[in-house]
Design a protein around this ligand. Structure first.
Ligand SMILES: Cc1ncc(COP(=O)(O)O)c(C=O)c1O
Length: 159
């Protein structure tokens, strides 16, 4: 039976030209990029090149691009990082009830450490209800612009 994979928002096959570009880093240039010897420097050059390409793609600075090992790490890093950086300004996070567990579990963790979290409801199509009360004192409004499982763009309404 022929199978059709429809979850390309979660993962996709890697393009042939990308595989070709990556193979040297899996086979010859596999050094640790944080080291100072030749093979490490070679790997670091590849990493820097990739960072530059990604930055150019989204019109950012190289120094603004960080690679993480997975989505969960990125979520943890940004939510906990912002929470800590702004803890003197406010301790209120607003998110939705339909976020990925990596978001929800991080928010639950922060709740245990003195943060208040508002979990907004969404309607049957995943849209955030604009009439929900949003407390003014929040520092992080984290709603996935494109919720990758449902493939919907929840609009952010101006308060
Ligand atoms: C917002 C978000 N965070 C985390 C993850 C999990 O990513 P990973 O398995 O790479 O940790 C996903 C995966 O769908 C996601 O959509």
């Amino acid at each position: 039976m022929r199978q059709v994979y429809l979850d390309y928002s979660a993962t996709t096959p890697v393009k042939e030209e990308v595989v070709k570009e990556m193979i040297p880093y899996f086979t010859e240039k596999f050094g640790n990029p944080s080291t100072l010897y030749a093979s490490g420097l070679e790997a670091k050059a590849g990493l820097d090149k990739a960072r530059h390409q990604v930055a150019e793609l989204i019109n950012a600075e190289d120094r603004e691009i960080f690679f993480t090992s997975c989505g969960t790490e990125a979520d943890n890093w940004v939510i906990e990082g912002v929470a800590d950086a702004y803890k003197d300004k406010g301790k209120h996070i607003i998110t939705t009830k339909i976020e990925h567990h990596a978001i929800l579990h991080t928010c639950e963790y922060l709740e245990k450490h003195g943060y208040e979290v508002t979990y907004l409801d969404v309607d049957s199509e995943g849209f955030v209800d604009p009439l929900q009360r949003i407390l003014p004192a929040f520092f992080l409004y984290y709603i996935l612009q494109f919720y990758n499982t449902l493939i919907i763009p929840p609009p952010l309404y101006a308060a």
